[in-house]
Design a protein around this ligand. Structure first.
Ligand code: SF4
Length: 191
């Protein structure tokens, strides 16, 4: 009909079906695609399904707009979508938290600390990389590569700023210290 102002969506709740459908159609038409895994599920499983499906499509260059459909708070849908784009390095704004999976070497509560820092920096627009690593064996490398890093010790952590070891920080002061360092860094960048 010579009408071309359209965008195509082929969402399904099955990841393989969705991926295959978009890939097949992408070979045949040049329209923009709105992508998503529909009715993906609850926050945890739905985010994983969406990340798997959207990750494959986006890394193949398929997708112009997207929606993460979760049974939950719409704010979490946006956050999940944003994290998918950040993970694929399609968007680089916002705080990225690198944190280790923890193991027997861990001697401070890195899980709670990483979670609290992530929550407190959820609204940061600038790109900033923060590493919260569990120990001094494998922590310093990642901590040095981040803008701000912590390599944990026994009830404390070594603070790194832009690759430089700065000082030891007590466990209960790590969150506050990292947030202060992020503020400083962002002010520095803007001046
Ligand atoms: S950084 Fe240290 S505590 Fe964390 S997983 Fe690696 S070895 Fe374990």
């Amino acid at each position: 009909m010579d009408f071309r102002e359209i965008k195509v969506s082929l969402k399904a709740s099955s990841v393989p079906l969705t991926v295959k459908s978009y890939m097949l159609l992408a070979e045949q038409v040049d329209y923009p695609f709105h992508i998503g895994i529909t009715e993906a599920g609850t926050l945890f499983s739905g985010t994983i399904k969406s990340a798997a499906g959207l990750g494959i499509l986006l890394s193949e260059g398929i997708g112009d707009t997207m929606r993460v459909s979760l049974t939950g708070d719409p704010v979490d849908e946006v956050r999940a979508g944003w994290e998918i784009l950040k993970a694929l390095e399609i968007r680089k704004r916002g705080a990225t938290i690198i944190s280790c999976p923890t193991c027997g070497r861990l001697k401070f509560n890195s899980i709670a600390i990483a979670k609290e820092i992530e929550e407190k920096l959820a609204n940061v627009k600038d790109s900033v990389k923060i590493a919260i690593m569990g120990c001094v064996v494998n922590g310093p490398g990642e901590a040095m590569e981040a803008d701000i890093g912590i390599a944990g010790g026994d009830g404390a952590g070594m603070l790194y700023v832009k690759g430089v070891q700065v000082r030891k920080v007590k466990e209960q002061e790590i969150v506050k210290t990292v947030l202060e360092e992020v503020d400083k860094l962002l002010v520095e960048r803007r001046s």
